[in-house]
Write a protein that binds this ligand. Structure first.
Ligand SMILES: [Zn+2]
Length: 287
């Protein structure tokens, strides 16, 4: 059973909290790891930063030492500057840093154009892009006052710079948007084949809790397997249909009804996106 300290603060271990904000589908889950040498925050968002700063004194009197970005997306990094201004150092994969530098401003604009309430927040808070300044290529381990925090990047999967985070003592895994809990996975920017491979590597870690980038935290490995297999089956189905010369119309007609397999999942529109993304990645290029 997950103990609740605040409406969004879920204590998973003595020192580890997952932050879940269910009010919007597109708000990511975040994390706080408290160590004797400062706090480590996983992912930042302009919509949640004030609530986190207000809640932090409840759980630690130490400063925020590091922010880890699971990837460059707006809903996982848009408040980095406010943490950096408080002295935190931002950590992410090298590809995450590159993607944030090349796409960060565009992402601010894309979210602000799409959602008026985001535009208002951006006008009020005036965040700036602060990319990771400590980067890594495949693996990095932080040793902070007895707490071990392992970071892994295994190539472009959900996004160019995905990192997942594992706490070996606590057996807690923060998956970023490699993992979706009770959601159709959003693979808009994904290399789906590699995302499946990386999820398989995630499944090799013993975990008491999996914290997905969006949706429900789970202790049940089968929840992760089910979402992985849904994406894997969709990929195989589309690959087969393309070999049979089927059109995108045929593929959509076969793929859309799969929503009924998981009527309880959120993000129904992400299924449509996944069908189109997988089709585009496999379809023979027209000369
Ligand atoms: Zn996300």
């Amino acid at each position: 059973m997950i103990a609740e300290k605040d409406d969004f603060l879920h204590q998973l271990a003595d020192s580890t909290y997952a932050l879940v904000f269910p009010e919007y589908d597109d708000l990511g889950n975040e994390g706080i790891i408290v160590t004797d040498e400062g706090a480590v925050v996983i992912d930042t968002d302009v919509r949640t930063v004030d609530r986190i700063f207000a809640a932090l004194p409840q759980i630690t009197d130490k400063p925020i030492r590091y922010v880890i970005n699971t990837h460059h997306a707006f809903d996982h990094s848009s408040a980095n500057c406010f943490f950096a201004d408080r002295g935190a150092t931002i950590i992410g994969s090298e590809s995450c840093r590159e993607a944030m530098i090349s796409h960060g401003e565009h992402n601010f604009k894309r979210w602000s154009d799409r959602l008026p309430y985001i535009q208002k927040i951006l006008e009020e808070k005036k965040p700036r892009i602060v990319p990771p300044t400590i980067t890594f290529n495949s693996e990095l381990t932080l040793h902070l006052g007895g707490t071990i925090i392992e970071l892994f990047h295994y190539g472009h999967a959900h996004s160019p710079g995905d990192a997942f985070i594992y706490l070996p003592k606590e057996q807690i895994l923060f998956g970023g948007d490699l993992l979706w809990g009770g959601f159709f996975p959003n693979v808009r920017e994904a290399n789906v084949v590699n995302q499946l491979r990386v999820i398989d590597r995630i499944l090799e870690f013993p975990a008491k809790y999996y914290v997905p980038g969006h949706g429900v935290i789970t202790s049940d490995r089968n929840d992760i397997v089910n979402t992985r297999n849904f994406l894997g089956s969709l990929y195989e189905m589309i690959a087969t249909m393309i070999r049979e010369g089927k059109s995108i119309g045929d593929v959509r007609a076969a793929g859309e009804p799969l929503a009924a397999v998981h009527p309880e999942w959120r993000g129904r529109n992400f299924l449509s996106t996944a069908i189109d993304v997988i089709y585009a990645s496999l379809a023979p290029r027209k000369a």
